[in-house]
Ligand binder design. Structure first.
Ligand SMILES: [Zn+2]
Length: 252
């Protein structure tokens, strides 16, 4: 049985039998994997806080070829992220990005960028004063890391440049902004210049537009709606996105 050692984050965890827990892990090296933490419920000593949601650390598991469930041998926690359980907006936000990661990451490896985006996103949700803004930004950055970056500078249909000061149209299905001519041919919604600038900051600046904390409630709601439409347009495989939708439609 090959032994795998990799950085990992707990995306989902549930009890199994009297004594064990099953974890769904985002790993840096091997995409999303499921592992059995034997004895995790019976004794805190073996895995400690590693079996809690959103914990991060170095794991070692014995990979069983052809099987979907591996055996966790070791989980050295470097970050427990207990702060994510301290408030509902934080917990809902962290659950939403975890669900998006589960949806996009296969077991055949996910770009390391996606793992980093998830990790940075969870840290931001735990630390930022506005967890909803932090979650919105974090999910956009995760989508960008896996290749779903929307076109924001020029029309996604005809490539015409659209100066940043313009209000434009946005089509989630087409994957970005549209000029007036192209927008008349496909369903789209209005994207004000200020919202486009915020998105560009979130997706294309090194610090992720971390200065967007001053957005008012209605603007944040509009961003949540836009993200929800985009996520459903691109990640819809028929299965519900329960945690993501609960977050995106919550009145917080
Ligand atoms: Zn166009």
């Amino acid at each position: 049985m090959p032994s795998v050692v990799t950085a990992a984050i707990v995306l989902h965890a549930f009890n199994y039998s009297e004594s064990s827990r099953i974890l769904r892990l985002a790993t840096r090296e091997a995409g999303v994997q499921s592992v059995m933490a034997r004895g995790a419920r019976a004794s805190q000593r073996r895995f400690g806080s590693a079996v809690d949601l959103f914990a991060e650390g170095e794991v070692q598991y014995e990979a069983r070829p052809g099987r979907d469930l591996h055996t966790l041998a070791r989980f050295d926690v470097v970050q427990s992220r207990a702060a994510l359980g301290s408030s509902l907006p934080r917990f809902e936000g962290a659950s939403a990005i975890a669900e998006v990661m589960l949806r996009v990451a296969g077991d055949d490896g996910t770009p390391g960028d996606a793992f980093d985006a998830l990790r940075d996103g969870l840290d931001a949700i735990a630390a930022d004063t506005d967890a909803t803004v932090a979650t919105t930004r974090a999910i956009w950055r995760l989508l960008g890391a896996i290749g779903f970056t929307p076109a924001l500078d020029s029309c996604v249909a005809c490539d015409r440049e659209l100066p940043v000061e313009l209000d434009v149209s946005f089509s989630a299905e087409s994957g970005g902004v549209l000029c007036t001519g192209c927008a008349s041919r496909v369903p789209s919604r209005r994207l004000p210049a200020s919202a486009r600038a915020t998105l560009i900051g979130w997706l294309f600046t090194k610090d992720g537009g971390a200065d967007s904390a001053g957005l008012d409630v209605l603007t944040v709601r509009a961003h949540q709606r836009l993200l929800r439409i985009f996520v459903h347009a691109h990640l819809n495989d028929g299965r519900p996105l329960k945690a993501f939708d609960a977050w995106a439609t919550a009145d917080s």
